[in-house]
Design a protein around this ligand. Sequence first.
Ligand SMILES: NC(=O)c1ccc[n+]([C@@H]2O[C@H](COP(=O)([O-])OP(=O)(O)OC[C@H]3O[C@@H](n4cnc5c(N)ncnc54)[C@H](OP(=O)(O)O)[C@@H]3O)[C@@H](O)[C@H]2O)c1
Length: 277
Amino acid sequence: MIEMESKVKVVNNIEIPALGLGTFKLLGDLCVEAIKDALDIGYRHIDTAQFYGNEEEVGTGIKKSTVSRNDIWLTTKVWHDSLSAADLTKTFEDSLKKLKTDYVDLLLIHWPSTTGVPLEESLEAMTKLKEAGKAANIGVSNFPPAMFEQAMELANIVCNQVEYHPFLSQDTLLKMAVESNMFFTAYSPIGQGEVFKNDLLVNIAEKYNKNAAQVALRWLLQQGNVLAIPRSSKHENRKSNFDVFDFELNEEEMAQIFKISSVTQKRMVNPDFAPAW
Ligand SMILES: NC(=O)c1ccc[n+]([C@@H]2O[C@H](COP(=O)([O-])OP(=O)(O)OC[C@H]3O[C@@H](n4cnc5c(N)ncnc54)[C@H](OP(=O)(O)O)[C@@H]3O)[C@@H](O)[C@H]2O)c1
């Protein structure tokens, strides 16, 4: 079996729970309950963002849980209009208050700046927050190869979080992450539910008595450095998405799933402020 069977991946001496809960669109009491429930199920990694408007609820869910804050990997992201040093620092302090914690495990730039703030300025501000112990690690999200390279040169970042699932190949970025000892976090890992419509994934799932989402998640987690953060508003789906540590895809199945994207190459998240991929 591969090294991630402990449910934790280790890259560059940093340990991150391989499977986290995504929280985009989880709001209000539903979000509080989702966090508490996920922690009961065994999730130890929560992904939120200023933009999701739910940091308050994520913080409440963590407080309500019996799992200690120190046992949870908590990621938040600063929005692309708040990347000047002053805005980044201020909005991040607000995030900490909402999250009811004095640090996050990972602070990400959610999307590259759309207002011309130099990357150096944002990363310097984040490095200061890291030095102050308020962000244990820093990283980027939605950074295409040249920007990712630039970020790696400018600061001690630990990851790039990007859309990644069987319908979208991320060969170049993933290779860069692995070669540079970075984590690679797959968002929309079950293609926002599209995996259930794919015959290959459904057929492989039947063989293991699993479902297509579990196969997609397993395919991601069997790749070195890759983490996955599926989102669900429902207990049953959160539970089944976490139930991926007791089976293993063989090499042929891994290769077959890799081939899906050569036909589809489908990006689900592509807002008008996205960088040129
Ligand atoms: N950095 C970025 O720019 C960025 C962008 C997008 C997402 N993200 C992060 O990544 C997380 C995940 O991505 P995502 O929310 O776009 O999509 P996703 O996790 O691929 O898919 C979520 C959708 O799949 C459904 N689902 C989940 N598990 C299921 C199951 N076992 N059976 C059937 N349906 C299931 C959910 O519905 P139900 O609620 O009904 O289960 C929901 O509609 C986000 O929540 C967010 O934290 C980051």
